[in-house]
Write a protein that binds this ligand. Structure first.
Ligand SMILES: Cc1cc2nc3c(=O)[nH]c(=O)nc-3n(C[C@H](O)[C@H](O)[C@H](O)COP(=O)(O)OP(=O)(O)OC[C@H]3O[C@@H](n4cnc5c(N)ncnc54)[C@H](O)[C@@H]3O)c2cc1C
Length: 654
């Protein structure tokens, strides 16, 4: 095997053994999805009910997939760890969902959305997937409107739009600052309709703790009932993971506290390749960290950058109150550096610039880790009422958390981890490297490359769930003969035993430190060394430290209570154990990518004016990591990326 890096003997990386077939069809990109759908095998309506499909996750991706598959006639078993599908993290999404409807007649098109997304992702996404996403975006809005999702409307009744970063058109559909909630209610109603019809069996408060692979195909999962502690096997003909992102590896993040990587991590350990784990997104507009005891960060939606202006004082260490600093002593640094896109540059660019001005000593707030987001001009121009109508709930949330009134004093914001572009590798059919295991929504790596544009995650989750998986899974089922198996199959029994053993081990350690104290320390390491900027030296240090801390974790973690009751410490303990392993893989991935692209900013690789410097010759690929046993470094497989339509160039928003 070829040795790929020798930076540090402990992370010497060798080439993997997987064949990564992206299954992107040949021919013009515009007709690729139509052609694929036409060529796919169909399952006869009468046969659909003979198949069982497991969908893990009931957020926008999982919920829409489960509802649609059941509507088609399949038997669906849907799992989530919350007490109701309505509590999936998707409900937190605020700002909006993109679609190339061109309702504003401002020059939008499918091609422009495709172009913006490939460029926004810094040329590290698969073109064909992105084109399909842009095509399907228009169907999503129709589907959701038909479900009754109350998108904001213009006075005359047509759907309203606003702008998000990385685009010069207004293509973001929204429902005030609650877009995710309204979309999720739509998907949830569709799902509940199928629960009522008996075609979806819903398993809330169940956590998937292992994937079962038999004869090389995904055939089911092992779950733990979070109320009774019971460990069960569930058999299926195909498994879909829509289990969300892993931003909570950083401990402090804008994700719901329960969001985790366990489902995809356990699938990785069963043979599913993990794509681009180091591609994580730092969102520029979050409420700054306020103290050591904080356990959660709050997002202020990117939509605020439509009307808010970002600035810091011109002079270092200027401690005056914001309203006392005159115009000519303020630096609207995004407007100055990027006159074309101004405050609406993409997230990676806005975040890096915020860090740079704070590193220069011009940050605001007590910690100096903050910049202003100021609505004074917009209020003067549009009136407070309009601003209230657009962002009222976000302003209220800000005031409740900080005690400051953002109508009167500029908001203080700072970047925070928000989204993970990495996830399980999938082909054009959204199938992982394990046949029969499909991955959708934030849990897969696809579509956003090295940086996701705002309002594109909801679009991708719903595109995957409503419009892609229902076709591609049918093709898989029709093309594969699956043996009948039961939950007493030896692979299920072995997986159940493994899950039970791991649970016991966590409880039996009876150490001295809480799960949270370890998680906080792990998160800080990853934030410091694999966060907004990274260096080879820092990453090597972090890898060593993570290993030490993980070893200590298994020696000294304290998990109170038992396995036979509701035990949130136990739930967290399993998730944090997986975060340790994933955190290490993120650092290894970041160390092996000797370039800067999107959210992956390696300080050694930047242009003279501090922008990310890609190395297309050597790194124009998806890194698909392969598990290689508990004591061996992972193996690196590469899916080369080719760009036939949007040609890689230095990304410029100037
Ligand atoms: C504060 C915030 C605001 C956002 N705003 C926007 C926005 O305006 N526009 C936009 O496009 N994107 C936005 N995003 C991103 C977007 O919300 C998410 O990427 C998207 O909702 C993820 O959807 P999902 O269905 O993939 O996962 P989730 O909604 O996270 O759902 C995951 C599901 O998987 C289940 N699950 C997970 N693990 C297991 C397990 N082991 N066993 C059983 N079940 C499991 C959970 O119970 C849940 O049902 C925002 C993100 C945040 C954090």
């Amino acid at each position: 095997m070829e040795l790929l890096t020798e930076l540090d003997p402990s992370v010497a990386i060798r080439a993997g053994t997987l064949t990564l077939d992206s299954r992107v069809p040949g021919g013009p990109i515009e007709s690729a999805w139509d052609k694929t759908r036409f060529e796919m095998k169909l399952v006869n309506p009468a046969n659909k009910r003979k198949y069982t499909i497991i969908v893990v996750g009931s957020g926008l991706a999982g919920g829409s997939a489960a509802a649609t598959l059941a509507e088609l006639g399949y038997n669906v078993k849907c799992f989530c760890f919350q007490d109701s599908p309505r509590r999936a993290h998707s409900i937190a999404a605020q700002g909006g969902i993109n679609a190339a409807k061109n309702y504003q007649n401002d020059g939008d098109s499918i091609y422009r959305l495709f172009y913006d997304t490939v460029k926004g992702g810094d040329f590290r996404a698969r073109e064909a997937n992105v084109y399909r996403l842009a095509q399907i975006s228009v169907n999503i809005i129709d589907q959701c409107v038909a479900q009754g999702v109350p998108f904001a409307r213009e006075y005359g009744g047509t759907l309203a739009n606003r702008s998000f970063g990385g685009a010069q058109v207004s293509r973001t559909f929204y429902a005030r600052g609650q877009t995710g909630q309204q979309l999720l209610l739509g998907a949830y109603q569709a799902l509940e309709r199928q629960v009522d019809a008996g075609r979806v069996a819903m398993f809330p408060r169940h956590e998937m703790l292992d994937l079962v692979v038999i004869d090389g195909k995904a055939r089911g999962i092992v779950t733990r009932n979070l109320v009774t502690g019971e460990i069960d096997s569930h058999v299926a003909d195909a498994v879909v993971l829509g289990t969300g992102g892993y931003g909570n590896v950083y401990f402090l993040s804008t994700n719901a506290k329960g969001s985790n990587c366990t489902a995809i991590w356990r699938a990785y350990k069963r043979g599913a390749a993990f794509g681009n784990p180091c591609f994580t997104q730092i969102h520029p507009t979050c409420i700054p960290v306020s103290g050591d005891y904080q356990s959660k960060l709050t997002l202020m939606s990117e939509s605020l950058r439509n009307d808010g202006r970002i600035w810091v004082p011109l002079e270092k260490g200027d401690r005056r109150k914001p309203n006392d600093i005159p115009e000519d002593q303020r630096d609207y640094y995004l407007e100055r550096r990027y006159p074309s896109f101004g405050n609406l540059v993409p997230r990676d660019v806005a975040s890096r610039n915020a860090k740079a001005v704070c590193d220069e000593g011009r940050g605001v707030g007590e910690s100096g880790l903050g910049v202003y987001l100021d609505f004074a001009d917009a209020i003067k121009r549009l009136g407070q009422k309009t601003i209230e109508e657009r962002y009222g709930n976000l302003f209220e949330m800000y005031e409740r958390i900080t005690g400051e009134n953002p109508y009167k004093v500029p908001m203080r914001i700072y970047p925070a981890i928000h989204y993970t572009m990495g996830g399980l590798w999938v082909d054009y059919h959204l199938m992982s490297t394990i046949p029969g295991l499909f991955v959708i929504g934030e849990a897969n790596f696809s579509d956003h490359g090295a940086n996701r544009l705002g309002a594109s995650a909801l679009m991708q989750g719903l595109s995957d769930g409503y419009f892609i998986i229902p076709y591609t899974i049918g093709n898989y089922l029709a093309a594969n003969k699956l043996e009948k198996i039961g939950p007493d199959h030896e692979e299920f029994r072995a997986a159940q035993e493994e899950v039970a053993g791991r649970t016991r081990r966590l409880l039996d350690t009876r150490g001295t430190r809480t799960v949270d104290s370890f998680h906080r320390q792990l998160g800080k390491l990853i934030w410091d060394y694999c966060g907004m900027s990274r260096t080879a030296q820092g990453l090597e240090y972090a890898i060593g430290k993570i290993r030490e801390l993980r070893e200590e974790y298994w020696r000294d973690v304290k998990v109170p209570g038992s396995a036979k009751e509701i035990n949130q410490s136990l739930e967290k303990a399993g998730r944090v154990a997986d975060f340790f392993e994933l955190g290490e893989l993120m650092c290894i991935d970041a160390l092996c990518r000797n370039e800067s692209c999107g959210g992956h900013f390696r300080e050694e690789y930047q242009t003279p004016d501090g922008e990310a410097l890609r190395d297309d010759e050597h790194y124009s690929y998806v890194a698909a990591w392969q598990y290689n046993g508990p004591d061996a470094p992972p193996l690196l497989n590469k899916e080369p990326l080719t760009f036939n339509y949007v040609h890689p160039s230095q990304r410029s928003y100037k």
